[in-house]
Write a protein that binds this ligand. Structure first.
Ligand code: NAP
Length: 433
């Protein structure tokens, strides 16, 4: 008898778990249940459209999906089409690989004005995520404020200022390309509540800004410390040293041939989003570091802007029957085990940190826990899920169906681009009909 395993979420966490189960788990059948037609989660909907090399891992994931022990159930949403309790009844093990799709809230007055977006929705919009197809942000603005000093903030800033020819080899969808190319943006302000030494940008991503065709990165020499102090020795210190050198290279200068700026503001935290009816500016409070934390000084300054993107981290969505840490927004677990029969991987397990490959450790840990708990199995798994979905009239797609949608996107690619993304679920399903 084999063990029936449902993995909910077909992003990196889900695929690395399936890979680990195939390699070293018990004799099992694995069903990957995904809310969207398209697999790959953040690789498709989060990784920036101009970072195609990072997306190459989907080739490995496609081989996993095509493995004889694996079945793909696209367009099946947990909580809408099937409940967690129903899955747990039917499967010996359920792995939650749901990521952290909600934005950490920008908790300041005016934070919900039109024109303020969390990175989850804004990045989802320019990456063609169907849930954000209708976001339609108004980019007819001179300055955009991006809050946060992590790689997501850099992605947003860079995508907004790159030229059409710089984006030609990306998979930026048509609707976003048109909006960004027609935008009036002259400056993207990237705002960190702590100093340059505390920025979480990886140095490669930071340096990339120095090579933009029509945009200069720009820092204020006054913000730059003379040396790296107050940062723990080791990796953090090496990163701070490299970033400091890069920030110094970015010292503000005039360059007539570049029309746009990405300007870094440090030691400034959002105090209020200003505007009547929509965003007109951002009030920032100057901070100083105390015990490594940003402490307000009471001194404020305003930046006028027409768009605010808050890239300050993500949380997992609450899910009935799943214990969550309300502070951190992750599922309570011990090394990936929530309780016997229920496991968690990826950002839902450990919060929104790390690179794609970090998920491999989660997959290995979950597979090991499942092997310890599973016993001989015996729950019906796949057949019972199919029966339930059929009884509800729910249409799901398998991996062959996804391959046809994928082929249609590739066939429609503009010259030099890898694909033209379909951004509406109905348009994807229409390919199959
Ligand atoms: P992140 O690296 O954790 O950065 C979040 C930023 O938001 C930090 O600068 C943080 O400041 C700031 N922040 C948090 N709460 C704030 C508040 N209330 N007010 C102002 N600022 C606040 O997260 P991320 O950028 O969302 O990235 C998530 C993960 O994906 C990271 O591991 C990242 O490296 C990875 N990623 C990688 C790439 C790539 O490799 N190209 C691209 C995108 C994302 P403090 O430091 O002061 O808390």
């Amino acid at each position: 008898m084999s063990v029936s395993i449902a993995i909910v979420g077909a992003g990196p966490g889900g695929f690395y778990t399936a890979a680990a189960l195939i390699k070293s788990g018990p004799d099992c059948r694995i069903d990957m249940i995904e809310a969207l037609p398209a697999p790959y989660g953040l690789i498709r909907g989060g990784v920036a459209p101009d970072h195609q090399r990072t997306k190459a891992v989907t080739r490995t994931f496609a081989k996993i999906a095509a493995h004889e022990r694996v079945a793909y159930f696209g367009c099946v949403r947990l909580g809408r089409d099937v409940s967690l309790a129903e899955l747990r009844d039917r499967y010996d093990a359920v792995v939650l690989a749901l990521g952290a799709p909600l934005d950490r809230k920008l908790a300041v007055s005016g934070g919900d004005l039109p024109g303020v977006y969390g990175a989850a929705s804004f990045v989802g919009w320019y990456n063609g995520h169907p849930d954000f197809a209708d976001l339609a942000p108004d980019l007819n603005v001179k300055r955009v404020c991006v809050i946060g000093n992590g790689n997501v903030a850099l992605d947003v800033a860079r995508v907004l200022v790159k030229t059409p020819s710089e984006m030609a080899s990306s998979d930026l969808p048509d609707h976003a390309a048109k909006a960004i190319q027609g935008a009036a943006i002259q400056e993207v302000a990237v705002i960190g509540r702590r100093g340059p030494l505390q920025a979480k940008f990886t140095n490669k991503e930071l340096r990339e800004l120095g090579g933009l065709a029509d945009c200069l990165p720009c820092t204020d020499a006054e913000d730059m410390p003379d040396a790296v102090t107050g940062v723990a020795a080791g990796r953090a210190k090496r990163l701070a040293e490299k970033n400091l050198e890069t920030f110094r290279d970015f010292a503000c200068r005039e360059a007539a041939e570049r029309r746009k700026r990405i300007r870094f503001f440090f030691n400034a935290r959002p105090a209020e989003v200003l505007g009547e009816g929509r965003v007109e500016g951002l009030r920032l409070e100057r901070t100083r570091l105390r015990d490594g934390r940003a402490q307000g000084t009471g001194e404020t300054f305003d930046l006028s802007c027409g768009l605010v993107v808050s890239a300050i981290g993500y949380r997992m969505a609450p899910l009935e029957g799943v214990p969550m840490d309300t502070e951190t927004g992750v599922v309570r677990n011990r090394d990936g085990r929530v309780e016997a029969g229920l496991y968690v991987v990826g950002w839902a397990k450990r919060g929104p940190t790390g690179v794609i490959g970090t998920n491999k450790h989660d997959g290995d840990a979950a597979a090991a826990q499942i092997a310890l708990d599973a016993g001989p199995g015996g729950r019906p798994g796949r057949g019972a899920l199919e029966e339930l979905l059929r009884s509800r009239g729910i249409r799901w797609i398998d991996f062959q169906d996804w391959r046809r949608i994928d082929a249609a996107e590739i066939a429609a690619a503009p010259k030099g681009a890898p694909r033209q993304k379909l951004i509406r679920i109905n348009d994807m399903l229409a390919i199959l009909d």
